[in-house]
Design a protein around this ligand. Sequence first.
Ligand code: PBG
Ligand code: ZN
Length: 322
Amino acid sequence: MKRMRRLRANETIRSLVRETRLSVDELVYPIFVIEGENIKNPVDSMPGIYQYSIDRLSEELDKIVSSGVKSILIFGIPKRKDEQGSGAYDENGITQRAIRFIKEYSPSLLVIADVCLCEYTSHGHCGLICSGEILNDETLPLLAKMSVSLARSGADMIAPSDMMDGRIGYIRKALDENGFVNIPIMSYSAKFASGYYSPFRDAAQSAPVFGDRRSYQMDYANGKEAIRECIADIEEGADIIMVKPALAFLDVIKEVSLTVNAPIAAYNVSGEYSMVKAAAQNDWIDEKRIVLENLIAIKRAGANIIITYHALDAAKWLNEQG
Ligand code: PBG
Ligand code: ZN
């Protein structure tokens, strides 16, 4: 008889034949930095996640470094917003100052800077607006300016999340012209218009004031289009491509990993995190088991890098397991 159970008899043999493993090295932890002083604001819809002002950030950085997580993704929340999102490319903007602080306080951390205007625009959209339309080509110079300014502040990697067409090539050129030829771009290539982002929009105060993002983010019904997005971004110079969200798009991660030859990041987004946290707080699920199962599923699908709000907890659990 074919006995599949032979290789399941005990943990030693199970771990011998285990196909997928997870390492702390592969995790990226998102952080939110807000303008102001002495702020540590809990994000209600994301238990365990806080907005920090720069003067309180060391507390968070100490936790990250001691967890063993080595990479962070930074989102800034400015005090003032305007139509052009000018805080995004201000040399003394919140994200620029936060990056300078992080690189001085925790130089070992790899700082990935999210590039998008939505936290900085009064209308909350990811691009410039004219008569209710989100402009593509007019937005590109601002994204490039933001990228160069974040690189100048010390960002180790640039991660454009805006979904304007042609942005990767445009940003790559601007980085190169300004001497940042060695700063990689991780592109949010297949970013879907998703209901799973709503807790993030509380955290980053970036919800659109009118309309939605469906004229620039992808339709969640489309899988093949994700491949075209990824290939286009690689041709334009992306070093790492991303699929976002992760858990409702495991098929897309798989397909991308079979088709496209580049490192793949998956963003285990805010809503995915909040659902797990809410169920865990009610004792309806075992948080550790569920989180590790979810993260392994994302890797098994083909991701090499996982951006997740669970990163610090997962690091602790992985270290316990040895
Ligand atoms: C904005 C941006 C979003 C996320 C990262 N960058 C959300 C959005 O498009 O509104 C989502 C992250 C998350 O939900 O955790 N460009
Ligand atoms: Zn945006």
